[in-house]
Design a protein around this ligand. Structure first.
Ligand code: UDP
Ligand code: MG
Length: 341
């Protein structure tokens, strides 16, 4: 371990400067936009977002994180950055996944308030002025809440519902329902998130865990305008598993009780068999019940071993303390930002 908890605490105390009290001043807005194979999405995104941001009268930077795209996304980003100094690009060395890309964005963003957004315009930019208004009222986190999931398939909607229900049953961290990554974060909140050392980035959970004064703004999520989603059910399942196992130890502990209950039942059943044999003599056809019990118990053992394996594999990843992402290049024109912190 390179950093003891006390070191982390020290950094944390240093980075927390207290709440930003003057909320009526002009601020800098950082839009953090992870992109993966979105060459056709960049221009429409900027075209939709820039007028709205300009209308708020605030300064802004648009920070794209190129998450190892294999198409011409990087070229499109370079062109956009050359044309407009507000557009900055962090080019990651490969595809690290959306959560890591977002983390990179939070690390490099320099604004007073930070808004993570999808590039496909599924996070309506019209909400930005409302986000800022809530921040000015004194909220540190403003969550965009999807009120309408009718664009999603029934399977996706139901599995998402089940996930939120189960997560909130199992985990002490409350995950607000239907909140994606579209939200406004105050600088202070981002500094707090940056100090969290875990590799297993389930950002929804991290956002919920850090707390601060939080409010919500409902919105209807439109369909993707260009390109295709890069999520499939297997990816979503693994995402859900990361979230669940990262924020709850119930799956690990439940086996103690299961084992205890099963042992008790086996003991009672054993006592019953002994009593029956003593009273009525040996029962030859005991074979089916025996096999059933053996199979059942070994099944339960397999599951519990699997659950332990899931946790151990996560511990394995955490102890390696690898960086979350690697930056190949920082692209910014004019006011070249020093990204090497
Ligand atoms: N994305 C990314 N890395 C990935 C997958 C996705 O940076 O490995 C970006 C993607 O370009 C988009 C955002 O994450 O800006 C959301 O992705 P998508 O629209 O595919 O997800 P959905 O809206 O279906 O949840
Ligand atoms: Mg999308």
């Amino acid at each position: 371990m390179t950093s003891s908890p006390s070191d982390q605490q020290k950094t944390f105390v240093q980075t927390v400067k207290g709440p930003d009290m003057n909320r009526s001043r002009t601020i800098t807005l950082s839009l953090v936009v992870p992109v993966f194979n979105e060459e056709d999405g960049i221009a429409p995104f900027l075209k939709a977002v820039l007028p709205i941001v300009e209308a708020t009268g605030q300064a802004c930077e648009i920070l794209f994180i190129n998450d190892g795209s294999r198409d011409n996304t990087l070229m499109a980003l370079r062109a956009a950055s050359a044309k407009d100094a507000r557009v900055k690009v962090i080019d990651l060395s490969r595809n690290f996944g959306k959560e890591a890309a977002l983390s990179a964005g939070l690390d490099f963003a320099s604004g007073d308030v930070i808004i993570p957004m999808d590039v496909d315009l599924q996070d309506p930019p019209e909400l930005i002025p409302d986000f800022i208004a809530k921040w000015r009222e004194g909220f540190d986190v403003v969550n965009g809440v999807r009120v309408d999931r009718s664009q999603d398939t029934t399977v996706k909607r139901n599995s998402a519902g089940l996930f939120y229900w189960l997560f909130n049953k199992l985990s002490p961290t409350h995950l607000p329902n239907n909140v994606g990554d579209y939200r406004l974060l105050d600088r202070q909140v981002v500094e707090a998130i940056k100090v969290m050392p875990e590799r297993n980035r389930f950002l929804k959970g991290i956002f919920a865990w850090v707390g601060f004064r939080t409010t919500e703004i409902p919105f209807a999520r439109p369909e993707r305008t260009v390109g295709t989603t890069s999520w499939n059910y297997w990816k979503l399942w693994n995402f859900a598993l990361d979230g669940m196992l990262g924020y709850s130890t119930v799956p690990l502990r439940v086996w103690t009780y299961t084992g205890f209950v099963l042992a008790l039942i086996s003991f009672l059943y054993g006592a019953f068999i002994i009593a029956k044999t003593l009273l009525f003599g040996a029962d030859v056809p005991g074979y089916p019940s025996l096999v059933t019990i053996v199979l059942f118990l070994s099944g339960v053992q397999m599951i519990s071993l699997g659950v332990i394996g899931e946790y151990v594999s996560r511990i394995f990843i955490e102890v390696k303390e690898r960086p979350l992402y690697l930056v190949r290049e920082v692209i910014a024109t004019l006011d070249h930002q020093d990204g090497s912190k």
